[in-house]
Design a protein. Structure first.
Length: 249
């Protein structure tokens, strides 16, 4: 396969991966607390490209575009009023901590509910952690009030304070499902500062449908151009073979 076709085919594959990522972002545009994913492009250098560079030659013909990494955009989404006292939104930095199936998970989605046992939990049944550990239990009867600092009260009695944490490098978090993040052993959560809990609100997804629509059009156009390049490379190879057959004795 010639260098032109290799580069164009690699670019097509990178655009397909970007399209899949974009489709997932759009599918979760209405998911509370969702953080969109973006891609970082790079060039893959084949062995012949490295050898050409060492020889002082141009390695451009042996470079192929690839998606080197995916990263999550943690910019805050719009806070939308719901009127539900169990809907909580974090204004500012930080994550809610919930008890996942294999350890703590972190989320910006504050669409909580009370379990049959009165435990404050997520829609997936993960208990919301209180500061210092433990769970927050409330009665199905009686108004629940949450202060900007995360103190949960009912009937004038404190039920605990929500554990809100932050990470010095949140880009190291890995997604778990649509609304949760996991931290590896290298990341240590710390108590968040500079945040405010707003009761009766949810943080909307930070996906911009308008921006996503523009990116979708650009990706499709780029894919079409690369597809034409592949076709052109194939046609050039075909003609080269035909011409070679004509001049051969």
């Amino acid at each position: 396969m010639d260098p032109l076709t290799i580069a164009a085919a690699s670019g097509m594959r990178a655009r397909i991966e970007a399209l899949e990522m974009l489709a997932n972002n759009l599918a979760n545009a209405a998911t509370a607390g969702f953080k969109l994913d973006r891609e970082a492009y790079s060039l893959y250098a084949a062995q012949e490209a490295l050898e050409a560079a060492q020889a002082g030659l141009s390695p451009a013909a042996s470079l192929a575009p690839v998606i080197e990494a995916r990263w999550t955009d943690f910019r805050q989404g719009t806070l939308t009023a719901t009127g539900n006292p169990l809907d909580l939104a974090i204004s500012g930095p930080g994550f809610f901590v919930v008890e996942g199936p294999n350890g703590p998970l972190y989320t910006r989605n504050g669409a909580f509910r009370l379990s049959r046992d009165g435990v404050l939990e997520t829609a997936d049944g993960y208990a919301v952690r209180a500061a210092g550990g433990g769970q927050i239990r409330a009665s199905a009867k009686g108004q629940i009030q949450v202060s900007p600092e995360g103190e949960v009260r009912q009937g004038g009695q404190s039920l605990g304070r929500l554990q809100i944490v932050s990470f010095p490098r949140p880009e190291g978090l890995a997604k778990f499902g649509h609304n949760y993040f996991r931290a590896d052993a290298r990341l240590s959560p710390a108590p968040a500062a500079g945040y405010s809990i707003e009761q009766g609100k949810l943080e909307a997804s930070n996906v911009s449908t308008a921006e996503s629509a523009v990116r979708l059009i650009n990706i499709l156009r780029q894919f079409e151009i690369l597809q034409r390049a592949v076709s052109l490379g194939g046609e050039m190879n075909r003609r080269a073979v035909e011409e070679l057959a004509r001049v051969s004795p």
